[in-house]
Design a protein around this ligand. Structure first.
Ligand code: GLA
Length: 393
């Protein structure tokens, strides 16, 4: 979709409140019982992605310790698509000579392979989409051994705008996502179904009805502190829509791509963990620094994201650039993010009674890997743009 068309669509749907009366099916969380973890090609490689690079990322995911830390999916984003043959079957372009062999390779590493398409005739980068070929494409993905589909609205937006009313536009969108859900199920192969439509029509209200395992809640992230923050903080209030099998998705990680400092990337990782967001690394895993690896593989932060209770965290308090966010964990403890989003170092104090604890409770600083003892409140100096992540209780 061109920027102009996308802006037109955003304008068309702005201000829409509750839209869809679709009933939500209570499906067991067969896939994505906890937020999906993996890597996606788009943020770093965009169109410069090919078979050899994907294999190198799979190798690096194992070698760096990311697989052992819980990362599983190696996801190919847009620009893999070639043309359809006379029977309508989609083939990859020359960058991906044999998708089945690539899936076999990724599987041999104990990892899973993801792919990308659009419900419209064209993908966001202008490649072949799945419109009119949903059943065929789902069958092709299953035959290749694909484990995850990111389904990105893009050119369907043109049809939604042409529909002339918000209700009709949403009907088109809902039917398209429902169609691919049915096509994926008909293959019998479990695949994570990741909806990508930038938050149009409040997908947290209707995406569970098409058994979406995750749905993008915002436009695209950028490797810039303020954009990351804008997206992350906009998730306040969405916690009640997430849970095992279905997650709000504030877009992929930018950790290690170079546009933020290590302090800022720790803030990014912490906020995504508190949000129970999918953790899809978006950097080049084969060249990352030890500092980037340490941020992506910090097991205490990952444990916050992957907590089995599957409760998304939310904002507790804001005072200027200082924010406190908390996420309930299984067993009654809470993960607590103390954020200093201002441009100067600052002290922040959290009283644990504000988080629902009576009396002194045990606290641990997760990035410092340090037990702090039992206390009723904690005051700490936090660097500019930084975070202190605690586990309390
Ligand atoms: C959209 C999505 C991105 C990426 C690109 C690919 O912008 O939001 O995450 O998939 O399309 O073209």
């Amino acid at each position: 979709m061109t920027a102009t068309r996308r802006r037109a669509l955003i304008a068309a749907v702005a201000g829409v409140a509750a839209l869809v009366g679709a009933s939500v099916r209570a499906e067991p969380a067969q896939v994505a019982a906890t937020p999906p973890m993996g890597w996606n090609s788009w943020n770093h490689f965009a169109a410069k992605i090919d078979d050899a690079t994907v294999r190198a990322q799979a190798d690096a995911m194992v070698k760096s310790g990311m697989r052992d830390a819980g990362y599983r999916y190696i996801n190919i984003d847009d620009t893999w698509e070639g043309t359809r043959d006379a029977s309508g079957v989609i083939h990859p372009n020359s960058k991906f000579p044999d998708m089945k062999a690539l899936a076999d390779y990724v599987h041999s590493k104990g990892l899973k392979l993801g792919i990308y398409s659009s419900p419209g005739p064209k993908t966001c980068a202008g490649y072949e989409g799945s419109f009119g070929h949903e059943v065929q494409d789902a069958q092709t993905y299953a035959a290749w051994g694909i484990d995850y589909l990111k389904y990105d609205l893009c050119s369907l937006g043109t049809q939604m705008i042409a529909a002339g009313s918000l209700d009709k536009a949403q009907e088109i969108q809902l039917a398209a996502y429902r169609k691919m859900d049915a096509a994926l199920k008909a293959t019998g192969r479990p695949m994570v179904y990741s909806l990508c439509q930038y938050g149009f029509f409040q997908p947290w209200r209707w995406a569970p009805s098409v058994d979406g395992n995750s749905w993008r809640t915002t436009g695209d992230i950028e490797d810039k502190f303020q954009r990351m923050l804008q997206i992350g903080l906009s998730q306040a209030g969405l916690a009640k829509f997430a849970g095992p099998g279905h997650w709000n998705d504030p877009d992929m990680l930018e950790v290690g791509n170079g546009g933020m400092t290590a302090i800022e990337y720790r803030t990014h990782m912490s906020l995504w963990a508190l949000l129970a967001a999918p953790l899809l690394a978006g950097n080049d895993l084969s060249t990352m620094t030890p500092e980037t690896t340490a941020i992506l593989t910090n097991h205490e932060i990952i444990a916050v994201d992957q907590d089995v209770a599957g409760v998304q965290g939310d904002r507790v308090k804001v005072e200027g650039g200082l924010e406190i966010w908390a996420k309930p964990l299984a067993g009654g403890a809470k993960a607590v993010g103390l954020f200093n989003l201002s441009d100067q170092p600052a002290y922040l104090e959290v009283k644990f009674s504000e988080l629902g604890f009576a009396g002194p409770v045990r606290a641990r600083d997760l990035w410092a890997a340090k037990d702090l003892g039992a206390m009723a409140a904690y005051k700490v100096e936090i660097p500019a743009h930084g975070v202190v992540m605690l586990r309390v209780g």
